[in-house]
Design a protein around this ligand. Structure first.
Ligand code: ADP
Length: 364
């Protein structure tokens, strides 16, 4: 294996750092001289804090600590060498200056560490967003388009059989062609809708009827639900106010929860006799709506419950562990909340709740 290339600074950065280091040393020396030749009452060493602030911006923590220690040493030395003034005042000034230098170095280094952590988190978030949108888009398209394609193949084979029949059954062929046409149209609609969802990034709030948006999303998962014989039950309170949120993002959240619920139901062995998912919506106070999705899946273990929303935490072989992290990001971007708990009726399964802003009279 080739030896790793050692990290090197760009020559212009190195030159700039050298100049800055020299200037800072010069400033430190000037402060020292001024402090030594003036009387105790002049607290010149406090200006060492400016040196530390500049050093924090340009040098490694180790260098900053070395410079802070250097400043403190110079402060104490100049106090010792100062010939005139009130000794007590000098002692207090030296103490304050030393403390100020130490605190500035500590806070400066803390700030730099926090900035580095924020940059790292930002980079990770960007990576997550890219991976999720691409992964989720590919997975949804593959999943949802697979079914109409399979149906098209079946109808084509049936059409061929009816054509080869003696005598050929033209009416049956016609029906098969009609099915092919509508399945192809469905596949195309699925792709158009999923692409539309992928486009909405920042929350773009609008008034919309929650039930209609959820039903549209459920339609996308229709095949997965049908294949597994999962029944959907709706329990939406009457006269709910419209939601005030990004319709597409809320649909993405519902879609994720729905797929997770289906996965959780699939993990129950033997399979439940009458698998079901219940969708409930009600008003939450004056200005919020609460949507609840209840499944009859495996339920939440203690470990699952405490890590559910952690990025990259998954119990699935093919899972990415990002779905719920993204869901939480989207819901919280609306000032809402998402949380999970075991089913309230004591049966096996999980309930996911989302709270969302409801549209007020004046919201347009
Ligand atoms: P992924 O689906 O890729 O694993 P998620 O962030 O969507 O990522 O989910 C993280 C984990 O949370 C899942 O692997 C699963 O263990 C758990 N989980 C999610 N939804 C449910 C649910 N309805 N019932 C039980 N466990 C769930």
């Amino acid at each position: 294996m080739p030896a790793p290339t050692p990290f090197r600074l760009h020559p212009s950065t190195r030159a700039r750092r050298t100049v800055i280091a020299l200037v800072l040393l010069l400033v430190m020396a000037t402060i020292f001289v001024v402090d030594t030749v003036t009387e105790y009452a002049v607290a010149a060493p406090v200006f060492h804090t400016a040196v530390i602030l500049v050093a924090v911006r340009w040098f490694s923590p180790r260098t900053v600590i070395a410079m802070a220690l250097g400043c403190i040493a110079l402060t104490v030395l100049s106090f010792w060498l100062t010939p005139t003034g009130n000794y007590r005042v000098g002692l207090v000034n030296t103490g304050i200056s030393t403390l100020a230098i130490a605190i500035t170095a500590y806070l400066g280094l803390k700030m730099v560490a926090a900035q580095a952590a924020a940059h790292a988190a930002q980079a990770q978030l960007l990576q997550i967003t890219r991976a999720t949108s691409l992964g989720a888009l590919t997975a949804s398209i593959a999943h949802e388009v697979n079914q109409p394609l399979a149906a098209i193949v079946t109808s084509s084979q049936a059409g061929q059989r009816w054509l080869n029949h003696q005598p050929p059954q033209h009416e049956k062929v016609q029906q098969a062609l009609q099915r092919i046409l509508s399945d192809a149209e469905r596949a195309s609609n699925v792709i158009t809708r999923i692409r539309g969802m992928a486009r909405g990034e920042a929350p773009q709030r609008q008034r919309f009827v929650l039930e209609a948006a959820v039903r549209e999303m459920v339609q996308l998962s229709h095949n997965a639900l049908e294949q597994r014989g999962i029944a959907l039950h709706w329990d939406f309170a009457p006269n709910l106010p419209p939601a005030w949120a990004d319709r597409i993002q809320i649909q993405q959240v519902v879609g994720n929860l729905l797929l997770n619920a289906i996965d959780a139901i699939n993990e129950v062995h033997p399979s439940p006799a009458a698998p079901e998912i219940i969708l409930t919506a009600r008003r939450l106070g004056d200005d919020q709506l609460q949507l609840t999705l209840t499944d009859c899946g495996l339920g939440l273990s203690a470990a699952t419950q405490s890590h559910l929303f952690d990025a990259f935490w998954t119990t699935k072989e093919q899972g990415m562990g990002l779905g719920l992290t993204i869901c939480r990001g989207m819901v919280e971007a609306h000032g809402g909340r998402i949380w999970a708990e075991p089913r309230s009726d004591g049966q096996r399964g999980t309930q996911f709740h989302i709270s969302l802003p409801a549209a007020q009279e004046h919201t347009v």
